[in-house]
Design a protein around this ligand. Sequence first.
Ligand code: RB5
Length: 146
Amino acid sequence: MRIALGADHAGFPGKEKLVAHLRQKGHRVVDVGTSSDESVDYPDFARLVADRVARGDCRRGVLVCGTGIGMAIAANKVRGVRAAAAWSPETARLAAEHNDANVLCLSGRLFSDRQRFAMLDAWLSTPFGGGRHARRVRKIVAMEKK
Ligand code: RB5
């Protein structure tokens, strides 16, 4: 799968590990930065990843900042993006199964690399549940058209 990854300075070390993890699993990774610990603004990277997912250049996106929250708020401003900030493998799995989340936002400060790998793997390996969940996601999509 082609996956876009982005981070701010707080998420940079974690993002580097996630890039390697995904490449090792055979995914094609588009790394939009940042590429150092130097302070940057998370909305800039949320936008780069969200735009790629929204236009279909990448099927999924992953964003890492201090908490994952700022990235999710910013990415969700882009039409077609459903970004979820996960805090456990179970919430990551449910973000895929119930919400059809196409962007996963993770904390670079509150979790270990292993915990982030577990959340990412749970999200990527879970299909959307469809059915009643599809009806609810359609209602979210309808909100974008107003
Ligand atoms: C940066 O210090 C921090 O505010 C940012 O990474 C993120 O946690 C925002 O939601």
